[in-house]
Design a protein around this ligand. Sequence first.
Ligand SMILES: N[C@@H](CCC(=O)N[C@@H](CS)C(=O)NCC(=O)O)C(=O)O
Length: 202
Amino acid sequence: MLKLHFAPNSRAGRIVWLLEELDLPYELNRMDFHPKDLKSDAHRARHPLGRVPVLEDGDVSIYESGAIVEYVLERHKNGGLKPRVDAPEYPDYLQWFHYCEGMVMPPINTIVVQTILLPPDRRDETALSQARRLLTKALSPVDETLAGKDYLIGDFSAADIMLGHACFMANRSGCVTEDMSNLKGYIERIAARPCFDKAIHM
Ligand SMILES: N[C@@H](CCC(=O)N[C@@H](CS)C(=O)NCC(=O)O)C(=O)O
């Protein structure tokens, strides 16, 4: 049985969402998003930085949300969520899958650090407003690619599990501007998926 090490309001939600969409059974180790759990010796043995998500599958233990998504699709996929390698959508699928951690999450990380993790007296307003601007800029091509499409490559795919989750988080931080109407609609479609709703409220 797959075992997911999870904390609420984190990227671990992506893996819950994936496993629910694929209808795969899994066990959840629910931790608090707090150093007492994430930085414990037990969790550092699974992830050297004490982060989530981590997935265990028999003798396999793997971290990095994108790697976990690919691992699950290749070893356990239940009929899809990614185009074939020779499909015309495949390059776009790869691009948007990796755009998530490569371009969208770095400014989100800074926003979380500067608004939640650091104590108020150590926060840096300049770093925060730079990150907000950068995030809005990074979302602009996502808004453009969604013109006339429900999902990033047309049909729902694992690229939406990665980048759609990041877009939902970006919207919560107020960085999706009103003129990004394609992206606003996309986030509504993502939020309306029952498996996403389950993952985000877990
Ligand atoms: N690139 C990694 C990032 C993992 C990561 O930073 N996870 C955050 C939650 S979203 C975390 O565990 N933070 C706890 C901490 O920094 O102490 C991934 O995609 O899995």
